[in-house]
Every structure is written in C-alpha cells, then in structure tokens.
Write a protein that binds this ligand. Structure first.
Ligand SMILES: [Zn+2]
Ligand SMILES: [Zn+2]
Length: 258
C-alpha cells in the first residue's frame, strides 16, 4: 500500500505525506509547523509519527520549518550528498542523513530512488518510491524534464508533477522581466505544457494517477492547469490518466495505491 497526500503545494510552502502500512515519510517541510501538524492530524497522523523527512532542495518553500521540527522531535532528515557540506549552519545541528543522488536507497519498507533535477538551487532532486509493486513519483521545482528524469519516472502508478505556470499568463503578467526569465528558464519551473508533455511521454496505458502541483498563484489557476493538461492528453488520445490538482495551502485528495 502506498498513499500520498500533498499538505500544500506551491511557493506558499510544500510538504507531502507518503505512507505505507508501516512507514510515514514527510517530503519537504516548507510550512509552519502548526500547519503541518494540523494537516497531518486531518489525515489521522501526527508529526511525531513520521519516520523521516526527505528534502528535495534547500529553497525556503521546502525547508522553512525544518529547524523548528528538529528541535521539537528527534527525526532523521535526509538530504542530498552533494549539498551537505554547503548547508547553512542551522542545518548542521539537525539529525541529518545523506542519500545518494541518481541512485537507490532503502528506508524501512520503501526503496527510494533520487533523480537530479535542473533548478536554481544548490542541488535538487525528485524521488521515486517503490513498495509492493507500486511506484510513486514526486517531481517539482525543475526547469526542464531531462532524459534522466523521464527514465527515472517510467512506469509510475502515481505522480505529483509540477505544473507551475501558464506560459501566456506568465509572459503577460506583472512579474519583472528577470523573474519571468528565471521561471521559464532551464533551471526554473515547468509550465502546464511541459507537464503535459512529460505525462504523455510517461503514459503506460494502465491507469496512472497524477496530481499537478507547485502551481503559481500569479501565473496559473487550477482550472487552467487541468484544462491545458487534459486537452493535451485528449489530443494524444490518452484516457488512462486520473488527473487532479494539488491545491496551495490545502490538503489534496489522497492518492492510494493498493
Ligand atoms: Zn518550490
Ligand atoms: Zn525551488
């Protein structure tokens, strides 16, 4: 059994609960600890029941409450090998563990694969989780979907993928030019069209559950993201994708693989 729920997705803060029948993992902790705790309780879990926290990258919308959490509970925090020496001092007092990049590691009853992503952070990854023939993937904060990412994600059953912006809304919107350039650059964020293309490339024909996430508040809307991806899938005659949006500052629908 694998269950995933996004507690909040976007630049307002990110955290994802991933559970098996025995293990609970939090992926990223970029929200106030009170929000994380309250959201977990709504899902019948508690923060002190988490077996580990996995960090995708060091941007504050992914790590803002790590320090507070590690002061409150003794929980292993897994970070990328590449960045451990370059993390700010506050990280060094945490119960840090290192995971390998572009390789597998084991955590309780989960096999996990980390894959490098192209993003303007020290180093960033997405994750694939394997348990009892199920595969779930988390891939946000990336400017391009590389061949490396595609090959890591192949065969997923459930995936949370970034669908950050509508290109036209971004181009016509109020962001300063440098920020527009950053967002749509190779080390920025995926557009709705980029997400659609990746989903199409990864279609297996079996039912696959997809949560679109990390939506921009200024340059996207949930219906725009859904419509863009759904119409691209329809044009490609793909009807095996169960498509939903992970909201900002709200718990998403729970995705269950059993
Ligand atoms: Zn982010
Ligand atoms: Zn980021």
């Amino acid at each position: 059994m694998l269950r995933i729920a996004s507690l909040s997705s976007g630049s307002c803060g990110n955290a994802i609960l991933l559970s098996t029948s025995r293990t609970n993992i939090l992926i990223d902790a970029g929200l106030p600890i009170s929000y994380i705790d309250k959201s977990l309780r709504k899902l019948d879990k508690r923060l002190d029941q988490m077996d580990a926290i996995l960090i995708t990258h060091e941007h504050s919308d992914h790590v803002s409450s790590l320090e507070m959490i590690s002061k409150k509970i003794d929980i292993p925090i897994y970070v990328n090998f590449e960045v451990i020496d370059r993390l700010p001092k506050k990280f060094k007092e945490m119960n840090l563990r290192v995971f390998p990049e572009n390789d597998y590691f084991r955590l309780a009853d989960l096999d996990i694969y980390s894959v490098s992503t192209s993003h303007d952070s020290m180093s960033s990854v997405g994750f694939c989780f394997y348990n009892n023939d199920h595969k779930a993937a988390i891939i946000t904060d990336l400017g391009i979907v590389s061949d490396l990412v595609i090959s890591a994600l192949i065969g997923y059953d459930a995936m949370l993928i970034e669908s950050n912006h509508d290109l036209e809304m971004l181009q016509k919107g109020g962001y300063p030019p440098f920020l527009k350039k950053r967002v749509q650059g190779a080390r920025g964020h995926l557009s709705n069209d980029d997400a659609a293309e990746a989903i199409i490339a990864l279609t297996t024909g079996r039912e696959q559950k997809v949560l679109l996430g990390h939506l921009s508040q200024e340059n996207n809307t949930p219906s725009k993201a859904l419509d863009t991806v759904a119409s691209r899938l329809k044009r490609s005659k793909i009807d095996s994708i169960d498509l939903k949006v992970a909201p900002r500052r709200e718990i998403s629908s729970v995705i269950s693989l059993s």
